[in-house]
Design a protein around this ligand. Sequence first.
Ligand SMILES: C[S@@+](CC[C@H](N)C(=O)[O-])C[C@H]1O[C@@H](n2cnc3c(N)ncnc32)[C@H](O)[C@@H]1O
Length: 216
Amino acid sequence: MYDILNEWDNASKEWIESLKINQVRTNILIPETLKILGEIKGKRILDLGCGEGEYSRLFASKGAIVTGVDYSENLINEALKHSQTNEIEYFVRDACFLEGIEDEKFDFVVSTMCLMAIENIESAINEAYRVLKPGGEFLISILHPCFGFKDYFNEGPYREILSEHFGKPITFWHKTLSKTINPMLNVGFILRLLYEPQFSNDNSQIPKILLLKFNK
Ligand SMILES: C[S@@+](CC[C@H](N)C(=O)[O-])C[C@H]1O[C@@H](n2cnc3c(N)ncnc32)[C@H](O)[C@@H]1O
């Protein structure tokens, strides 16, 4: 019904353009993600849903050995344009089916603002678990599922124009907090951190972003 691949592919230029003014990402998501990850030098990281690769490049600049995967070929091509020689490997892959990526390869799987774009998160979570080493860390950021939805229990797709850069809406999948976290616990992940950053220039007192850290 919803052609997610084409939505992100078609909106790839708009997404890249919108990143230039994305204050939440620049001022909160990126620094908090790096702070939570801590020392990553020499570690293998999978950037799951890597988009145009900014996080992958940041991880590589800190000495990590990085693999970036994304469903959108246009975004992977953009990531490759910024990549010098073979510093980061990129693959076009569905996060729900990480074909060709071996078991227990990574110290970290990091997925920033991607899981809301996936209908079947159970499969993506199972794949993240499979490719992590025992003890490895799974760090995700998502739109906070508890606020901003009028009908919290009404799970399913919703379509949103992300910013003025976008001509068309993108499909996301609303899931309750339990439907987000329980699949992680069911597969065997251990929840280590639940973090709701407060935006300093926001008077609404509503957390918009949720970061979760798990260990395998
Ligand atoms: C909001 S963007 C975030 C991109 C990147 N993680 C970042 O923070 O800049 C969501 C990304 O998820 C990707 N995506 C959506 N569904 C996917 C899937 N099933 N498998 C892999 N990537 C997917 C999109 O192509 C897009 O790059």
